[in-house]
Design a protein around this ligand. Sequence first.
Ligand SMILES: [Zn+2]
Length: 102
Amino acid sequence: MCDGRIDVIQTIHEAPLEFCPWCGLPIRRIVSRAVIMLSGTVPDDKTSRKGFTTFRRAERGVWEKIAGEGPDLLAGTKEDMEAVDAEKTPPKKVIDLDADSD
Ligand SMILES: [Zn+2]
């Protein structure tokens, strides 16, 4: 009843939800891809054995695979890049010196 799909963040260790928390109908889990950064330096063969794919930044918005089973290339779309730029630019704070302060 929830328009085909709902998003629920769960850890990989949690039992998948069997029923929709909103409408109560049966659901099944679809695991989404996630991009994470590991802290420190982990050998590529170790991450591959754990099921991760390691990418190296080739150019802006483009990452090439250096180890693992994943796709050879990750590339952001023009829209992705614009979204990233928009997030990096903090909204300008406007202070009106002529405004009356009570
Ligand atoms: Zn629902």
